[in-house]
Write a protein that binds this ligand. Structure first.
Ligand code: PHE
Length: 339
C-alpha cells in the first residue's frame, strides 16, 4: 500500500506539472481525490491494514492528499492569473489615444487660384505646360536676350548651381523651350516655382510662383496681348474690372508693359489693399523680342508673339487680403483651413 501511495504521489506531481487549463486540473482532482479517485480508494482500503501499518499509511495518504490539494489550488490560481493577464492584454484600450477622425484636406489657396487662372486660359485655347526648376543659364538669361552684364545675373540675385546651371529666376525660360519644340501657332500657359536670392519677409520669399504665358502666330499684335489679358482680368476679378498698361522694360519683350487692374477690394475707389491707388499691378508683359524669336529658330519676319508673366503668390495674397506672404508657405493647418 505504501508503494501504491508513492506511485500516486509521483504520478500526480508529474501530471500537475503539465497542466495547461482549469479543465485539465479538474480532471486530475477527480482522478485522485474524487469519489472513485485513486487516493480515495486507498483511504477506503485502510480497514484491511494492521494496527501498526494503519497510522503510518494514513499519515502518508493525508500528506499526499494535502499536497495534491495545495498544488491544485496553487495551479488554479496561477492559471486564472494567466488567463486574466492575457485577456487584459487583448482588451487593452489606450484611452489617451487620439480618435481616428477622418480629416478631409482642402486645396491650398495657391492651388485654388492657380486652378482659377488656368481655367480662364484653357477657355481661351491655351495648353498648360510644366518646366524645369533647375535650369540652364542659357535658357534663363542668354536666350532671353539678357546682356552679359544684366544685373539679374548677379550671384547676389540668382542661385547658381554651376556657372551654367541655376535655379530659374522666372518662368520665362519656358518661352524658349516651347518655341524650340513647337512650331507656331503656340498658345501655352506655364505655371511653376521660381527662385531668387531674396531675404524672407512679409512680401519676399526666395521661392515663389509665376505663371508664364506665350502666344506666337502670324499677325499677333499688341492688341491681342491687351485683349487677352483684359478678358483674363475680368474673368478673375469680375466683369467690372478695368485694366491699364504702363510702359516697362524686359530684355525679352519689345515693347514691354506692366498691367494694372482696378482693385478688386474697392473697385478702384482706393483702399488699404491697393494702398489708396485704386489700381493693382498684376503682371509684366510684352511683344516677344525678335532676338528671342531668332534664338529659338522662329523667323520674326513671318511670326510675332506676346508673352506675359504674373506672380501667383501676389494674386493670392491680394485676393484673400493676406498681409504676410510667409503664411502661404508655413503649412499651418489653422491658417490654410480658412480658404
Ligand atoms: N519674367 C518676367 C519677370 O519675372 C515677367 C515677364 C514675363 C515679362 C513675360 C514679360 C513677359 O519679371
Amino acid at each position: 500500500m505504501k508503494d501504491k501511495l508513492e506511485i500516486i504521489k509521483r504520478e500526480s506531481i508529474k501530471e500537475l506539472e503539465g497542466v495547461e487549463t482549469l479543465q485539465q486540473l479538474e480532471e486530475i482532482r477527480i482522478k485522485y481525490l474524487g469519489k472513485k479517485g485513486e487516493l480515495t480508494q486507498v483511504l477506503r482500503g485502510m480497514g484491511a491494514l494492521s494496527a501498526e501499518e494503519r497510522p503510518v499509511v494514513g499519515q502518508l495518504a493525508n500528506e499526499i492528499r494535502d499536497y495534491i490539494n495545495t498544488r491544485i489550488d496553487e495551479t488554479a490560481a496561477a492559471l486564472k492569473r494567466r488567463d486574466l493577464e492575457s485577456r487584459l492584454k487583448k482588451e487593452n484600450i489606450d484611452v489617451t489615444m487620439p480618435s481616428k477622425r477622418k480629416e478631409i484636406g482642402k486645396s491650398h489657396p495657391l492651388t485654388k487660384v492657380l486652378e482659377e487662372v488656368t481655367e480662364v486660359f484653357i477657355g481661351m485655347g491655351f495648353s498648360i505646360l510644366d518646366g524645369p526648376e533647375i535650369e540652364k543659364t542659357y535658357y534663363n538669361f542668354d536666350a532671353l536676350n539678357h546682356s552679359k552684364y544684366h544685373p539679374a545675373r548677379d550671384m547676389q540675385d540668382t542661385f547658381y548651381i554651376t556657372e551654367d546651371i541655376l535655379l530659374r529666376t522666372q518662368t520665362s525660360p519656358m518661352q524658349v523651350r516651347t518655341m524650340e519644340k513647337q512650331k507656331p501657332p503656340i498658345r501655352v500657359l506655364v505655371p511653376g516655382r521660381v527662385y531668387r536670392a531674396d531675404e524672407i519677409d512679409a512680401t519676399h520669399s526666395p521661392m515663389f510662383h509665376q505663371i508664364e504665358g506665350l502666344v506666337v502666330d502670324k499677325g499677333i499684335t499688341m492688341a491681342n496681348l491687351k485683349g487677352t489679358l483684359d478678358v483674363f482680368a475680368k474673368k478673375l476679378y469680375g466683369e467690372s474690372t478695368k485694366t491699364r498698361f504702363r510702359p516697362h522694360h524686359f530684355p525679352f519683350t519689345e515693347p514691354s508693359a506692366e498691367m494694372d487692374c482696378t482693385c478688386a477690394a474697392c473697385k478702384g475707389a482706393g483702399c488699404r489693399v491697393c494702398k489708396y491707388e485704386g489700381w493693382i499691378e498684376i503682371l509684366g508683359a510684352g511683344m516677344v523680342h525678335p532676338n528671342v524669336l531668332r534664338n529659338c529658330g522662329v523667323d520674326p519676319d513671318i511670326y510675332s508673339g506676346f508673352a506675359f508673366g504674373m506672380g501667383l503668390d501676389r494674386i493670392v495674397t491680394l485676393k484673400y487680403e493676406i498681409d504676410d506672404l510667409r503664411l502661404l508657405f508655413e503649412n499651418d493647418k489653422r491658417f490654410l483651413s480658412q480658404f
